[in-house]
Design a binder for this molecule. Structure first.
Ligand code: MN
Ligand code: MN
Length: 472
């Protein structure tokens, strides 16, 4: 009896003193899990509709408009409760719900990215070899190139013609449309290929996309297949080979988002990094009811996967300019609005993969179904290239999560010196905003079929909604 009481005491003391991970599936009520499952149906539709930064931007604006947002007009007067969005070149978008205090006490900013790793067509891509027609690519973002061979691909993007016309391209998604692919060597003849280092198993210049084979006409002329394809493209889109120069065509996996597992607890899809955070943040801001105390801002950016460069990435001034417009409404200097602002840099983290446990340090790894991931820092080689959130701000966010019943965990990307990564956090903290990383664990990140858990997605959404409700 004494022994039993003692054991109970120890158990209680452990619960009180230790930081144990909670499995959301065990902790959430049946009703809440059902809510999470329903929420993820909308998420899967968003993934299918927005496989590129342009499409995700377009979908975002569509969802925002439906939720009462209108295009922000600089110089116009907006009062508390106004719901606005600013579309940056159709590739990035920022939304705001103006609060009672405007940005006088700062804004609550959530930033995520809507670009994903893929293969971009080169500017002079079309060629014929061995009687087959191909497009040459330059991969975008960090991919394991061998994962992108022998899977059906679709082509998405635009062709901008020199006369000013822009043709939207989206082909390969519908089962009735043709798909495309990168071919790989048969195992029977792969002896030499197998001896290559894994990062060169497929080389960059071998990521060539097969797009046809039938020559334009029988006869001795060379480039018959190329001509056949160019003729089809000319008939379909009115383009010539020269128009590829001003095209942005992206090859992405041709399959749709779907449930994974007998229990349907997971989602498999291309592009979940980082549309899982983009969608959850978007839902959180569009569902703000009435007038918040503090202005809510959501920035969905392009170019994160290649370092956030360019005028549609968060390394640019795009968020600063938008915040400046909001500060102008309150007649306060931008710097004051920024230094009083708080940000969640919403991006995915590496989920612990039991098949590859060696890259993770178990105490600081993100586990599937253990909730939203709070990461004080990312970076590599001794925290280089990262925002490292302050203890004080981390404590504030921790409290917010706990007060709002969000199941969460803390993690860094992997073992020390196992590799590393960056997010947009350092760009936002770099303009004076308190920033911390928060997101969703992902398995097979940057592959054509990334895996997330539905409860984690829901917990991220819940965290973002709580963040927008915070005041001061
Ligand atoms: Mn990301
Ligand atoms: Mn990424």
């Amino acid at each position: 009896m004494a022994k039993e009481t003692e054991n109970k005491k120890i158990k209680e003391l452990k619960e009180k003193l230790f930081f144990e991970k909670k499995n959301a599936c065990k902790t959430m009520s049946g009703a809440e899990i059902k809510k999470a499952d329903t929420f993820c149906e909308g998420y899967k539709a968003f993934l299918d509709a927005g496989k590129t930064e342009r499409e995700a931007c377009f979908e975002t604006v569509k969802i925002a408009k439906k939720a009462g947002f209108s295009e922000f007009v600089p110089g116009e007067k907006y009062s508390a409760g106004a719901r606005v969005y600013a579309d940056n070149r159709g590739k990035a978008v920022m939304l705001a719900v103006i609060g009672k205090n405007g940005v006088k006490n700062g804004a609550n900013i959530i930033a995520a990215h809507i670009d994903s790793p893929r293969m971009d067509m080169k500017q002079n891509p079309l060629y014929e070899d061995g009687g087959l027609a191909y497009l040459k690519t330059h991969y975008y973002g960090g991919i394991k190139k061998y994962q992108w061979t022998a899977v059906p691909l679709a082509l998405h993007g635009v062709i901008a013609k020199s006369d000013g016309g822009v043709i939207a391209v989206k082909i390969g998604e519908d089962g009735k449309e043709p798909a495309f692919c990168v071919t790989d060597l048969l195992p029977h003849l792969a002896d030499a290929q197998y001896k290559r280092p894994a990062n060169q198993l497929i080389k960059g210049e071998e990521l060539n996309i097969l797009i046809g084979s039938r020559p334009f006409k029988s006869g001795g002329d060379s480039d018959g297949a190329k001509l056949g394809i160019m003729k089809i493209l000319n008939d379909k889109y009115g383009i010539t080979e020269r128009d590829f120069v001003s095209a942005e065509l992206e090859a992405v996996p041709a399959f749709k988002a779907r449930d994974v597992g007998f229990d349907r607890s997971l989602i498999g899809s291309y592009g979940q990094d980082d549309r899982v955070c983009a969608y959850t943040a978007l839902k959180a801001i569009t569902e703000i009811g009435g007038v918040p105390e503090t202005t809510a801002v959501c920035a969905l950016a392009d170019k994160e996967e290649i370092g956030s460069y360019g005028n549609t990435g968060l390394g640019s001034r795009m968020l600063e300019y938008f915040m400046n417009d909001l500060a102008d409404l309150d007649n306060i200097p931008l710097r004051r609005a920024l230094s009083a602002s708080k940000c969640l840099s919403a991006d995915v983290s590496a989920g612990f993969d039991p098949t590859f446990p060696d890259v993770s340090e178990k105490q600081n790894a993100a586990y599937m179904n253990c909730g939203a991931v709070l990461s004080k820092f990312f970076g590599s080689r001794g925290k280089a290239g990262t925002n490292d959130a302050s203890a004080e701000y981390t404590a504030e966010i921790r409290r917010m999560l706990e007060e709002n019943g969000v199941i969460w965990q803390t993690a860094e990307l992997g073992k020390v010196d196992a590799g590393g990564a960056g997010t947009v956090a350092l760009f936002i903290s770099g303009i004076g905003v308190d920033t911390i990383d928060m997101g969703v664990p992902v398995l097979s990140m940057h592959s054509p079929f990334e895996i997330t858990a539905k409860t984690d997605i829901y917990m991220a959404y819940k965290a973002f909604a709580a963040f927008y409700a915070r005041n001061g």
